[in-house]
Write a protein that binds this ligand. Structure first.
Ligand code: B1M
Length: 209
């Protein structure tokens, strides 16, 4: 269906008006809301993520693509909920205690939403207790921790310790400019991702998706 490709192209370009319009056209043509998400929107964000990883596009392009996806999802989400369709996985994502940087964390949230995850954005300056409470409340399968300051990296370790102590069977992924795979190994994280697109690959790998 040519409108599916047009929808994918509209999201990639960040054209939110057409992203919403084409989603409606596809629904009117008889496609199920989930098909519009999986065949139109998800491929768009996957391509955007790949291009970002290859440095072919940068943060602003990614943000406007995510905004177009969000516009279309505004139309589709109520229909998905009505049909009882839920994303397969739930992720709690937050910037750790003491750290107020949220631009990278927000990109990770957007990319995961683009990959059809339910994302609970725990915000910034999140204490270990709040992470534990959010995981329990939303029955999340994955916890994403972001830190931008070398001084707040130890708060990642504290969050992981709290989650393990609470006995939650959640996979923990960490990221942020000063964070490395070596640090992830050191503090017992299950995974590390260098950028928002890789965060989706890592989450999928950790959950066997
Ligand atoms: Co701050 N800041 N800042 N800052 N700031 C940095 C991080 C810094 C490197 C600047 C510098 O000195 N060159 C430096 C840290 C030095 C260090 O610790 N080594 C710094 C500092 C020192 C500070 C303050 C202490 C400054 C002060 O007050 N003296 C202060 C701390 C406040 C606090 O948090 N308690 C502070 C404050 C701020 C602002 C509030 C002004 C603002 C934040 C606004 C906001 O986020 N809403 C700010 C900003 C904007 C920056 C810089 C300029 C940009 C950060 C950013 O958003 N990058 C930054 C310098 C720089 O990086 N050039 C700097 C873009 C973003 C898309 O990248 O967040 O790395 P990033 O996310 C990437 C990946 O890292 C990854 O994916 C993203 C997309 O690819 N990723 C994940 C991130 N989280 C992930 C999680 C994952 C997986 C991947 O899994 C869960």
């Amino acid at each position: 269906m040519k409108e599916l490709q047009e929808l994918t192209a509209a999201v990639m370009k960040g054209d939110r008006v057409n992203a919403k319009r084409l989603s409606q056209v596809l629904l009117d043509a008889g496609l199920k809301p989930l098909e519009v998400v999986e065949k139109g929107l998800v491929p768009a964000m996957a391509t955007v993520g790949e291009r970002f990883k290859r440095n072919e596009i940068f943060v602003p392009e990614m943000l406007i693509a995510a905004r177009a996806m969000k516009e279309a999802m505004g139309l589709l989400e109520p229909l998905l909920a009505k049909a009882g369709i839920k994303p397969r996985f739930t992720a709690v994502i937050g910037t750790v205690q003491g750290d107020l940087h949220d631009i990278g964390k927000n990109l990770v949230c957007m990319m995961l939403k683009g990959a059809n995850y339910a994302v609970i954005d725990a915000g910034v300056n999140v204490t270990p207790d709040k992470f534990v409470a959010a995981i329990k409340e939303h029955n999340a399968q994955i916890l994403g921790l972001s830190a931008l300051l070398t001084t707040t990296m130890p708060a990642m370790k504290m969050a992981i310790e709290a989650v393990r102590k609470a006995g939650l069977p959640v996979k923990v992924m960490i990221g942020g400019a000063p964070v490395t795979q070596q640090y992830a190994d050191e503090i017992g994280a299950d995974g590390y991702a260098a950028d928002a697109a890789s965060a989706v690959d890592k989450a999928n790998a950790l959950l066997g998706a």
